[in-house]
Design a binder for this molecule. Structure first.
Ligand code: UDX
Length: 445
């Protein structure tokens, strides 16, 4: 099967590389020539564990190619994946489908009879049908199918999520689309991955519903963490206890500084806006968004409260990526903290193992250090914003000695409470500072 992937962003690139790993012949297309040039040298424009090695081995085997022009490969393709970006529109809410429909205009003249167009990007219900109709208008004589196949890849573990997914979701309108998609995912079917086959709109909605539900779990546990702080409770203990209930599940119950990234914030806003428009408002999703926005603001305030008068103070931010194992800082909870500190005239120093380059472009006045200890020099507080392993393994005596005042604000709860205090730190964390440690708490920490 010959496959073309339109768009080499996060989703397109991971999908293309993994399908070539299955043995298919894959060409990934991007309209940014500098990106294509990088990819042709097997350099990944994003940091994703394992991706570059897999790119290189499949390119060496001759199964993976990168091009800038759709006419080079779409005419010979049995399957064309649409994996272009679907960012927020200018109003900050609706999903912007302009790149999707621009890609349709580009590829339509080149599609061959019998082709299956697979919509991988996150689009509101009804979009795959619109794509089908538009191709039909542009190519009235073309025999083709459209499949909706949303992705559930997490940044940082995208290869694993592609190769061992919880499920593969297929929305179809005919048998040809179904058969082509089933053939593509046969390697996963053989390892007993559930493959659900349903309607186009059902598949589209399931992507939004899954992300919104997970985001809601995060906002929920963050609010329970607030409650823990009022009643001397311990959020680690509460998360563990409720997570042991199989109906709830133990995932996405880590309290922290709020969710960020390229998906949860954008997808929850798009779902809420879409649902309002079609007359089925999603109050829980609306609340999830509001709680998260408020949380990010309050985390910044927590840091300011902890340092007292900001005049002449230095604060070190450890981690700016929206989570570990990625260099992505989009909607990272670290950004409002940086903004507020800068606004108050605090000297900000920072370290991130992977995201320094994009972050330094946004914050040129911050001093970007090469390691956490250099970052902590003369600081009146260090703030842990991302759960990087290198921050879990901090040498606390070295960190303390670099600082002017040993204050640690751990917004990811990555340290055992007793550890930093043993080294002389004042330690502030999330949802557990006032509780006595219990057996369960110590085991969980
Ligand atoms: C998400 C979805 O998980 C994935 O299926 C989808 O296709 C793309 O969006 P990603 O954005 O990579 O993936 O990150 P994810 O691991 O889901 O985390 C999202 C946010 O929630 C991060 O900011 C993370 O720090 C936060 N989070 C997650 C918590 O605060 N607590 C948790 O327990 C889990």
């Amino acid at each position: 099967m010959i496959i073309t992937i339109i768009g080499t962003g996060y989703v397109g690139l991971v999908t293309g590389v993994c399908l070539s790993e299955f043995g298919f012949d894959v060409t990934c297309i991007d309209n940014q020539p500098e990106k294509v040039a990088l990819l042709q040298k097997n350099i990944s424009p994003i940091y994703e564990p394992g991706l570059e090695q897999m790119m290189r081995s499949n390119a060496d085997e001759g199964r993976l190619h990168f091009e800038g022009d759709v006419s080079a490969c779409v005419p010979g393709s049995d399957v064309v994946f649409l994996a272009v970006g679907t960012p927020s529109a200018d109003n900050g809410e609706d999903v912007d489908l302009r790149y999707v429909f621009a890609a349709i205009e580009d590829i339509a003249p080149h599609l061959k009879d019998g082709v299956v167009v697979i919509v991988k990007c996150t689009v509101v219900p009804g979009t795959s049908k619109r794509i089908h109709d538009r191709i039909g208008e542009l190519r009235p004589d073309l025999d083709f199918s459209v499949v909706s196949n949303p992705e559930f890849l997490r940044e940082g573990s995208a290869i694993q999520d592609f190769m061992r997914p919880d499920r593969v979701v297929l929305g179809i309108h005919d048998d040809r689309g179904r058969m082509a998609a089933e053939q593509l995912y046969r390697p996963l079917k053989l390892q007993d991955t559930p493959i659900t086959v349903g309607s186009l709109a059902g598949a589209e909605l399931s992507k939004y519903a899954a992300n919104a539900f997970l985001a809601m779990k995060v906002s929920f546990i963050n609010q329970i963490a607030d409650l823990c702080e009022k009643v001397d409770g311990n959020i680690i203990e509460v998360s563990e206890i409720i997570g042991l209930d199989g109906r709830i599940g133990d995932k996405f119950l880590r309290a922290g500084p709020g969710f960020g990234g390229s998906c949860f914030p954008k997808d929850t806003r798009a779902l809420a806006a879409f649902a309002r428009k079609v007359g089925a408002p999603q109050d829980l999703v609306e609340a999830t968004i509001e709680v998260n926005e408020d949380r990010k603001r309050r985390m910044a305030e927590r840091v300011l409260d902890a340092i007292g008068d900001p005049t002449g103070k230095t604060v070190t931010i450890l981690g700016v990526a929206f989570k570990s194992d990625t260099d992505d800082i989009r909607e990272s909870p670290a950004l409002p903290v940086l903004d507020m500190l800068i606004e108050k005239g605090v000297n900000v120093r920072a370290f991130d193992p992977k995201a320094t380059e994009p972050a330094a472009k946004l914050y040129p006045d911050v001093v970007w250090a090469g390691d956490p200890y250099e970052a902590a020099l003369g600081a009146h507080a260090v703030v842990i914003m991302t759960e990087w392993n290198v921050l879990r393994a901090l040498e606390l005596d070295r960190l303390r000695d670099a600082m002017a005042v040993p204050l640690m604000i751990d917004l990811r709860n990555i340290h055992k409470r007793k550890e930093p205090t043993r080294f002389g730190f004042s330690y502030i964390s999330i949802g557990r500072d006032r509780a006595e440690p219990t057996e369960l708490d110590t085991a969980a920490e």
